[in-house]
Write a protein that binds this ligand. Structure first.
Ligand code: ATP
Ligand code: MG
Length: 447
């Protein structure tokens, strides 16, 4: 994560940006940063991650299941999206962006306008034409690619987008966990053969495993119900958490794991793979991979000519990740009584520099210098330069939960600051002359 300084300089010089690395210029002083913390948590926030997101000024509700992502949450989303982009580009997926607004005619082609039900947000334009706000994009993407994909020579094709989805959920709840407007990564693949689809499916499983591991999630891949959408094989990625809405049925010693929607096996039953017995756990579905087959291409007449010039339906796969739900799940797994504990890969900032008393010239100066030096070294830094009581600053810092906190207080008269590792609570006094090295060590140790 720490990009060598020389490379940054070179990059900036190439871009004609002068020699100051771009992120060093970012000014993230808390006095100027929009973090509307709350002292009182709204009573409808039932779970910890939701309570902390509201209290720490990460999100604000606009309507049931509809939220503003405030600057800190936006930074986490950017990180998650960055990881998703890297891993999907590594398997050859092309990023594009489709519209949220989708005409009814597209949904009529697959019959989903009539069967999707109340979750589909429907609206009319000024000419009284029907539209939906996309809950998913199988119809749009198939329409977009079908003329181009007229020959086996152009297959396979792998595309993804990161986009806002709309679903008028019957029970929006738990903040970002089940929103009516939420951010999803959805990917679609198109193939000439089942083997090619198998390969893509396998690549997505690998990419998802990398993504959720990098996001610091404790998760499990489970067999899922391919039920309503049709298709032959599907798996879900479940972040393990007590508050999860899904039940995972798994073998204590074997590899078997499935959503309880697929199999109904009681705790203690022998596992179907003949290995160990069944246990149950709760999970939050953060991702889903799905072999769609030809359901959409047949309905929408999306065909290609195979090697024998024979017309065939495109074979499809689709793959989703709930980006905003990942943020929530990561937080649900990483917190304590004092607040959030962000895994470093998705933390809004790497380091929190807290100046205890900005009115004291030596503290203010040392804090400013540390802030500048750490940015120069490649960290993203939030600098608490507010004129607040120390108690308020410390509790806000714990609440926001950045991986490393450095407190610049009275110790600076002797040349020391205090470093705290949020995840372990480890606290140590560090000489300012050694702080760069200690931050480096502690940051690399942090989860
Ligand atoms: P669920 O069973 O939780 O309703 P789903 O099976 O309908 O989800 P998919 O259509 O597979 O969801 O969507 C892909 C991903 O988008 C899901 O794995 C999940 O992470 C996320 N997601 C789905 N619905 C929501 C929602 N209402 N709010 C936030 N994220 C969601
Ligand atoms: Mg699903």
């Amino acid at each position: 994560m720490i990009v060598p300084f020389t490379r940054i300089l070179r990059r900036c010089a190439v871009k004609g940006l002068g020699v100051l690395p771009i992120f060093c210029r970012k000014d993230m002083k808390q006095s100027q940063y929009f973090i509307p913390t709350l002292r009182e948590v709204p009573s409808d926030a039932e779970i910890r991650s939701h309570q902390f997101l509201l209290r720490a000024g990460f999100i604000r509700q606009v309507a049931a299941g509809v939220y503003t992502y405030l600057p800190l949450a936006k930074r986490v989303l950017n990180k998650v999206e960055g990881i998703v982009r890297e891993e999907l580009e590594a398997i050859g997926s092309n990023e594009l962006l489709m519209p949220a607004l989708q005409p009814k005619e597209l949904w009529d082609q697959t019959g989903r306008w009539d069967v999707y039900g109340g979750e589909l947000v429907r609206l009319k334009d000024r000419h009284n034409r029907d539209f939906a706000l996309g809950p998913t994009h199988e119809e749009v993407i198939t329409e977009v690619v079908k003329d181009y994909l007229n020959s086996y020579k152009k297959l396979p094709l792998n595309v993804f987008q990161i986009q806002t989805k709309f679903r008028d959920e019957a029970r929006p709840r738990f903040g970002l966990m089940r929103g009516r407007e939420f951010i999803m990564k959805d990917a679609y693949t198109f193939h000439a053969t089942e083997e090619s689809l198998d390969e893509a499916y396998h690549n997505f499983v690998k990419a998802y495993t990398n993504i959720f591991t990098r996001c610091g999630l404790h998760f499990r891949m489970v067999e899922a119900d391919s039920g309503q959408i049709g298709g032959s094989q599907s798996a879900e990625f479940m972040a393990l958490a007590e508050v999860g809405e899904d039940t995972i049925v798994y073998s204590t010693t074997g590899n078997f794991a499935a959503n309880s929607e697929v199999v109904d096996l009681p705790v203690g039953a022998p596992s179907p793979d003949g290995n160990g017995e069944i246990a149950h756990a709760k999970g939050i579905e953060v991702g889903h991979v799905f072999k769609l087959g030809t359901k959409y291409s047949e309905a929408m007449n999306a065909n290609f000519l195979d090697e024998n010039q024979k017309k065939q339906s495109l074979i499809m796969g689709c793959y989703g990740i709930g980006i905003s739900r990942v943020l929530m799940a990561a937080l649900e797994q990483n917190n304590d009584d004092n607040g959030m504990i962000w895994p470093k890969a998705i933390a809004p900032f790497d380091v929190h520099v807290v100046a205890v008393d900005m009115k004291k010239a030596d503290q203010a100066e040392a804090a400013e210098k540390l802030y500048a030096d750490l940015k120069m070294a490649g960290y993203s830094v939030l600098f608490d330069d507010r004129k607040e009581r120390p108690g308020v600053k410390f509790s806000d810092a714990d609440l926001i939960g950045l991986p490393i906190r450095i407190t610049v207080g009275r110790g600076v008269s002797e040349g020391t600051v205090e470093l705290k590792v949020r995840s372990t609570g480890e606290t140590l006094d560090v000489n300012l002359s050694e702080i760069a090295q200690v931050v480096k060590d502690k940051y690399s140790e942090a989860k």
